[in-house]
Design a protein around this ligand. Sequence first.
Ligand code: ATP
Ligand code: MG
Length: 404
Amino acid sequence: MEGPGAATGRRLLVLGAGPAQLGLLGAAREQGLFVIALDRDPTAPGFRYADRRAIISTEDEHGIERLASAEGVEGIIAPGIDWPVGIAARVAERLGLPHPIDAAVANRAVSKQKQREALAEAKVPQPSWHMVSGPEKGLPVPSVVKAPDRQGQKGLTLVPAEEELPAAIARAIEESRSGVAIIEEVVDGPEVTVNAFSLRGEFHPLTVTDRLTAEPPAFGVALAHVWSSEAGGNAAEVAEAAVRALGIENGPSYTQLRIGPDGPQVIEVAARLGGGHDAELAKLALGVDLNALALQSALGEPIWSAALQPTPEVGGAIVRFLVPPEGVLEEVGGVEEARAVEGVQDVRIYREPGHVFGPFRRGADRAGAVLATGESRDQALERSAEAARLIRFKVGAESLAQKA
Ligand SMILES: Nc1ncnc2c1ncn2[C@@H]1O[C@H](COP(=O)(O)OP(=O)(O)OP(=O)(O)O)[C@@H](O)[C@H]1O
Ligand SMILES: [Mg+2]
């Protein structure tokens, strides 16, 4: 049977060509779409799948609108990063292009503050939160301080003690677009991600994965997404309530939750595919082609719910991210050996020689990923660990002198 697919030859604009867009760009190329990709980084790894590339920032709304018009695109998609989801929705609205969510819904989804307000109104479980525009007396600790309109751990700090609050708040405000910070109660417990697709108002949960994260100073950075989830419980139900509260009725969603003592609490919802190869993981685990579905929804093509029917094909699946040493990348070794490990489905290396790896702090500092499957979750974990051990990032020490 043919899988879902967007019609060949249609012109699609993809916002971003970084690691988070690799899967969707590869799927678009495979389906024979005419892909125009943009990114401000000329070395972005996803450009290799594009028919046309534009060196434009994913945040340059005017530039993006001009490009979309000039290229006569039939669809526009921001598959892997939050802020551009709002841009894609607004540009689509202005140019009369299809888009799974309208601009009002997208604007809500790309603001951690607006999300928290909508979740509160709908009584969806979430940590207590408070907006601040500077240091205040009597704020609770431990807490998590964030910039409300950033992602990728920019401006994000876990604050264990009161004396560390002012610096964390200043950092978040500096990173934020709106000059405010959000301070949240810490939800203590394992973390899961619900990858789902909504179709005409119906929420279809797909993979629920355990998000294994790094410790401070890389607080919150995902090191692996593991299926099936051990911690999940009723996370999919809470994710559904959250997605509905934001008004997302069509297209992909990615919901982060932590399972606290009273059950799942929503950390954040994104109205897009997951940025950590989550769609590819869903295909390996359940046979559901989320990349293809996202392409169809971006182009306004009809989607049948049969395409969302999960049929588990393996017992376990994982995306394990690669943590590099610090320094200037000279060479990556062992990739072929890693690919040859049984169950390894893909190895992605994000950076070219010459790239400078700084201290490991954020998602953007990750160097690549291994996708693996197994008969069980544990087997997938083991196989991906073995593959990761084989991959060696050779770096030069002179980088440290260069950076200093
Ligand atoms: N209130 C909280 N309680 C406990 N952990 C939290 C809280 N808020 C954030 N975290 C941790 O930090 C991670 C990132 O949080 P969040 O999604 O809000 O920031 P982000 O900058 O959007 O990061 P990402 O791009 O990885 O989603 C979460 O996945 C979680 O591990
Ligand atoms: Mg987030």
